[in-house]
Design a protein around this ligand. Structure first.
Ligand code: NCD
Ligand code: ZN
Length: 346
């Protein structure tokens, strides 16, 4: 078979993205907007997004920064909401994101895993209104076991709310991969970094703070399980970068913030990965079509773009300037073997 040197992506979607706010938003949002048609925007700002007014104002700030070249799919931070409120905001959101309290960056106001019963009224309303539930599925146990320990909660949610669409965000383990196949209403997003790295890359030699994220990188076997779902573009999974920028001094610090910044190089690195495995033909499904069917989106719901990538080296910038600070991307200063050739808005 001839080597494929050119890949055309039709409206790539990033179904898990942190854009932050203010200066960071102004820096990172255009980088996603350039290459992606749209993204699911995480609500873990400080304070988190829990009101219609703040959600719409944040959406406007994103649109202003991205010059309307990109569709931000907004999410609310999960808490118990009234029927009246959910009915009033239904059209403005694509999902509600649930975080266990304190499990990751800015999740202090998340839910108490010991009191899941108290979430029932809102989950019932979400089912009735057709609002998707996205979950950061980690317990507060040993760091390598947190996702596995959370899987029974996913199972009980899937069983208790068979008509609720539940997304297991950024899955990282073989067991979560298996669970995604077990219930019709369970789906998963997969990041770039969990497809590429293991705990060994983070901590096996010199410590690499820019690979530190939640959920933490796992084992080789876990990575292989994720890869096989992604490379076959299994319909239960979709791409969600979890690109989560932090200023350089918060990453290269004693008390490193969790999050890997991948937005500006995600498409290049995914082309490289799928090409290495000769699975280029599945990339559009993983990057767009699967998300469209999971979230019930069609072409009228986002800005349509074709992104052409070619086999040509791309030097990832060492950092991006954030006023007097810097933000360091994954693969900073390294070369990837695919680069963006053309972007056409349709
Ligand atoms: C994310 C962040 O920084 O907001 N961090 C991360 O390590 N992924 C939060 C999250 O998605 O867990
Ligand atoms: Zn995230």
């Amino acid at each position: 078979m001839n080597k494929i040197n050119k890949i055309i992506l039709n409206s790539p979607l990033d179904m898990h993205l942190h854009l932050r706010d203010e200066k960071m938003l102004e820096l990172v949002a255009p980088l996603s907007a350039k290459y992606f048609s749209g993204a699911l925007i995480m609500p873990n700002l400080v304070p988190p997004i829990t009101a219609k007014k703040t959600l719409l104002a944040y959406k406007t700030r994103i649109q202003n920064t991205t010059k309307n070249a990109f569709t931000p799919f907004m999410t609310l931070f999960f808490q118990n909401y009234s029927q009246e409120f959910l009915e009033s905001i239904k059209e403005d959101i694509l999902a509600i994101k649930m975080y266990p309290a304190g499990i990751t960056t800015n999740s202090e106001n998340g839910v108490n895993l010991l009191d899941l019963k108290s979430l029932a009224p809102t989950l019932k309303l979400m089912t009735e209104l057709g609002i998707v539930l996205c979950v950061h599925g980690e317990s507060s146990g040993f760091v390598m076991d947190r996702e596995k320990e959370f899987l029974p909660i996913y199972e009980s949610l899937a069983l208790a709310y068979p008509n609720l669409t539940i997304i297991m965000e950024h899955i990282t383990t073989k067991e979560a991969c298996e669970l995604s196949q077990k219930y019709d209403n369970l789906y998963a997003s997969i990041t770039l970094h969990h497809l590429l790295f293991t705990l060994d890359d983070l901590a096996g030699g010199f410590l690499k703070p820019h690979l530190f994220c939640k959920p933490i990188l796992k084992t080789h076997e876990d990575k292989e399980a994720l890869l096989s779902l992604a490379l076959e573009a299994n319909p239960k999974v979709m791409f969600g970068s979890d690109s989560a920028p932090h200023p350089k001094d918060k990453k290269e610090a004693c008390g490193c913030a969790a999050g890997v910044f991948t937005a500006p190089l995600a498409l290049q690195a995914l082309c490289s990965l799928f090409s290495k495995h000769k699975k280029e033909q599945n990339l559009n499904k993983f990057l767009s079509l699967n998300a469209r069917s999971i979230y019930n989106l069609n072409k009228t719901n986002f800005i349509n773009k074709n992104i052409t990538l070619i086999k040509k080296n791309f030097l990832v910038p060492k950092s991006y300037d954030l006023g007097s600070e810097k933000v360091v991307p994954l693969f900073a200063g390294e070369e990837l073997d695919f680069s963006i050739e053309e972007i056409s808005t349709l």
